[in-house]
Design a protein around this ligand. Structure first.
Ligand SMILES: Cc1ncc(COP(=O)(O)O)c(C=O)c1O
Length: 388
C-alpha cells in the first residue's frame, strides 16, 4: 500500500504513455518516439574521455562530497561567469545535483510545510506540482498570458500570504515560451515583495535559435537575495542518462537543501560530476553543434508541417514544438491515433496540467529526415480527422 502522499497524486502521464507505447511495441509495431524529451545525440567526446580517466582513478572510489566535487562546482561556477557574467562562490552558492528534476523535488520538500503554497505556472513541468503535493503543501496555478508571462495579479491575497515559492521555467517545456531580462527583474521584485523563494528551472539554457540568447535570473541585480536557479547537463550536452545538474543562487536556500539531501543520499556520483565538469569546461565547443542539429531538425519539421498546411511558428528555444490537437480528436484519441496509424509517439498536453488540454508536444529527438516524415504523417492524419 503506498503512502497517503503518494496516493494524493494522480498517475504520472508519462508513465501512462510509456505503458501505451510498450503495448504497441509488444504487438510488433515500430514506433517513431517523439514523446519524452530524451536527447538522442551522442555524449561529447571530451566528456567520455573524462569518464574514462575517472573510472580507473583509485582516489575516486569512495562516497562523493555532499555538496559537490570541487572540480565540478568550480567548472560550473566558471561556466556561470563566462556564460551569464554571474560571479558565484562555489562553496556556498552552487551545489551538485543528481539531475534537476530530483533537485526541484528536494528543494520543495526541504522548504515547504503543509500550510504552504507553491506558485506554479498553469502549464508546467510535472515535478513542480507533484513534489508540492508530496510535501503535503498546495500548488496554486498561475495563469499565463499568450506571450508566456505570468498573470501575477490573478493570485489571491490569501494564496499569496501562504506562498513560500514561485517556480518559473523559461525557456518553457512544453510551451517553448522565453523571457526577457525585464520580465525576470519583475519576477525578482515580486518574490522579494512577498518573501518568496524564486526558483528558476533553466533546463534549456543553451537550446536557443536564431540568435536568441537565454538569460539567467541571477543576472538581475539583487536576485541572489531571493532566487535559485537549476542548470542541467541533460539537454545542453546530451547527458540525460548520466544524471548531473547543479543549483546556484541564494546561499541560505542551498544550505537548507544540502541539509535535506544529507539525510537521504550521498551526493552525486563522482563519475557523473567529473563528466559534468568536462562538459562545463568545454561548453563553448560542445554547444554550437548541438544547437545546429536541433535547428536543422526544427526547420525540417516545421517546413514539413507547412507543406501539409499547418502554419506554425518555429520556436526560438527548447527541443519541442507545442501544437494544437487537430479538429475531430481529443487529447488521448489524437495520441492513440498517431500511435495506431503512422506509429508516431507524441505527448498529450494534459501531461503538463489541465491548461495543456487541447495541445500536444513533439520532441525533436530524431534525425531531420525522420522528423520530416513524422510531420507529414501528422498533417495527413489531421486531414482525415477534419474530413470525418
Ligand atoms: C523544464 C525541465 N526541468 C527539468 C527537467 C529534468 O532535467 P534533468 O534531466 O536534469 O532531471 C526537464 C526534463 O525534461 C525539463 O524539461
Amino acid at each position: 500500500m503506498s503512502s497517503r502522499s503518494l496516493q494524493a497524486i494522480p498517475p504520472y502521464i508519462f508513465w501512462e504513455l510509456d505503458a501505451r507505447r510498450t503495448a504497441h511495441r509488444e504487438r510488433g509495431r515500430t514506433l517513431v518516439d517523439l514523446g519524452i524529451g530524451s536527447p538522442d545525440q551522442a555524449i561529447p567526446h571530451v566528456v567520455i574521455e573524462a569518464m574514462q580517466r575517472a573510472i580507473v582513478d583509485r582516489k575516486l572510489s569512495g562516497y562523493p562530497d555532499f555538496h559537490g566535487h570541487p572540480m565540478f562546482v568550480s567548472a560550473a561556477a566558471q561556466y556561470m561567469q563566462e556564460r551569464f557574467g554571474v560571479t558565484l562562490d562555489p562553496t556556498r552558492e552552487l551545489m551538485a545535483l543528481a539531475g534537476s528534476k530530483e533537485g526541484i523535488a528536494e528543494l520543495v520538500l526541504s522548504h515547504c510545510n503543509a500550510e504552504d503554497v507553491v506558485l506554479v505556472p498553469e502549464i508546467y513541468y510535472p515535478v513542480y506540482e507533484r513534489a508540492t503535493r508530496l510535501a503535503g503543501a498546495t500548488p496554486v496555478f498561475v495563469p499565463i498570458f499568450a506571450d508566456g508571462t505570468l498573470n501575477l495579479a490573478s493570485i489571491s491575497a490569501a494564496d499569496l500570504a501562504r506562498a513560500r515559492m514561485l517556480i518559473i521555467n523559461y525557456p518553457c517545456n512544453p510551451t517553448t515560451a522565453t523571457v526577457t531580462a525585464l520580465e525576470l527583474a519583475r519576477l525578482v521584485a515580486f518574490a522579494e515583495r512577498h518573501a518568496l523563494v524564486l526558483v528558476s528551472d533553466l533546463a534549456y539554457s543553451e537550446l536557443s535559435y536564431d540568435g536568441f540568447r537565454v538569460p539567467s535570473v541571477l543576472e538581475v541585480p539583487g536576485a541572489m537575495k531571493v532566487a535559485v536557479e537549476l542548470h542541467t547537463c541533460s539537454k545542453s550536452f546530451n547527458m540525460a542518462g548520466l544524471r548531473v545538474a547543479f543549483i546556484a543562487g541564494n546561499a541560505a536556500v542551498l544550505a537548507t537543501l544540502d541539509a535535506y539531501r544529507a539525510n537521504i543520499g550521498y551526493g552525486v556520483s563522482t563519475l557523473a560530476q567529473l563528466a559534468g565538469a568536462a562538459a562545463f569546461e568545454n561548453h563553448k565547443s560542445i554547444v554550437p553543434p548541438v544547437v545546429a542539429e536541433y535547428t536543422l531538425r526544427r526547420d525540417a519539421f516545421v517546413a514539413s508541417l507547412h507543406r501539409g498546411g499547418w502554419h506554425v511558428t518555429a520556436p526560438h528555444a527548447t527541443m519541442y514544438l507545442w501544437l494544437d490537437v487537430p479538429e475531430g480528436f481529443d487529447d488521448w484519441s489524437w495520441v492513440e491515433a498517431l500511435m495506431d496509424g503512422p506509429g508516431v509517439v507524441v505527448t498529450p498536453g494534459l501531461a503538463f496540467g489541465t491548461a495543456g488540454h487541447g495541445h500536444f508536444r513533439v520532441s525533436l529527438v530524431q534525425p531531420a529526415d525522420v522528423l520530416t516524415h513524422a510531420a507529414e504523417a501528422i498533417t495527413q492524419l489531421a486531414a482525415v480527422g477534419a474530413a470525418r
